[in-house]
Write a protein that binds this ligand. Sequence first.
Ligand code: ARG
Length: 463
Amino acid sequence: MALWAGRFSKEVDETVNAFNSSISFDARMFAQDITGSIAHATMLGDCGIIEKSESEHIIEGLRGILADLESGKLVFDPNAEDIHMFVEAELTKRLGNTGKRLHTARSRNDQVALDIRLYLRDEIDEIARLVHKLAVTICDIAEQHKETILPGYTHLQRAQPITFAHHLLCYAQMLRRDLMRLVDTKERMNECPLGSGALAGTTYPIDRWQTAKLLGFDKPVDNSLDGVSDRDFCVELCCALSLIMTHLSRFSEEIILWCSWEFKFIELDDAYATGSSIMPQKKNPDVTELIRGKTGRVNGDLVTLLSMLKGLPLAYNKDMQEDKEAIFDAIDNVKLCVKTFIPMLSTMRVIKENMRKAAAKGFINATDCADYLVKKGMPFRDAYKITGTLVAKCIAEDLTLETLPIESYREMSELFADDVYDAINLENCVMQRNSYGGPSPKAVTDQLDELRYELEQAIGCFS
Ligand code: ARG
């Protein structure tokens, strides 16, 4: 018999029942649902809305349900409409009439809004810890490669010399911003919707500040309609998660390239690669490909949330039940991806020689050659043109700027002298790129120090 049987003359159609039900996916919020109910019952008792003894009885009953769900003694009823109805029904089963008082001055609309916030708040902490760990792992690898020369690319064409450390830290910077976005999201969502009621608050003398405080929120949501109809925090979190995935996906793509025979800059540990069912020689970077693929899925979750909210009139609408599967899916997949990514990175073998070999080809010191002339007084545009001509000559004669004879240099400009070879030496080129944020070992050391500090500051905002 449905809870609302008084109003209805028929049982709900079985298909509709199953269609309507969310317990298969909202059961995971059981602890948050019970925590919220305990705070609500405490407040009802303290405000004299129900007897203090009844409030205590209810709290004890709720604690019992929580313990039994955690131990597996109590299992979810798949026929319950949702986790909120299930817990309340179980409480009434255990306590009789007292259990029926719990829902005084509350609606499932503010209840579900509360549960999601509590659930996401906990998940954000865990995701933040994982993102932080990944960023620190990248910093640790970078520490080892401040002098490992790597060609930097634009348009996937070799461009200018950098170091592997500098390249890696670019990803760590993305993750630092991801972490700060999580700080922001958590801070903005930390307002308590409980007490918004169905949409219009309540006539009971409730204390919304008490429940907000008991549940660790900064304050109650200021508008009861907003309390039940806002899912911006789901969208914001999903945005942050989409960006995390975007960053992992870009990194994954580079790892896929780097472990191809065309690059061979790294080799993944056997534990983080897979073979082929037919080609005995294969070692495939499946993990990174799956991360790249799952990025589309998390973006899909974000679009689901935005589309679900678009055009919804105030306040609660059942459409909003669709929020959970989307945001839960995004959370689950991001956690899975980051957890797998960390050990995959820390076990990968960096093949410095191949990075150095790649850096030696492709004229990545051409800008430095032009800058050499500029430093001797030539305008940059002229120096650029002369260097371009020298590169063309090298290509025609199968030489590099390092092996081109000084006579050929001097034919183009009298400003060239023997010290040009020092100026275009790759190690020197990197060393001298000492501008703030640049790839020189000194600049990278400064970046790394600052970054490690900022990562520690950011993770301090989570519990
Ligand atoms: N299962 C519902 C959800 O996830 C709970 C709120 C139901 N409220 C209602 N008025 N039907 O959104």
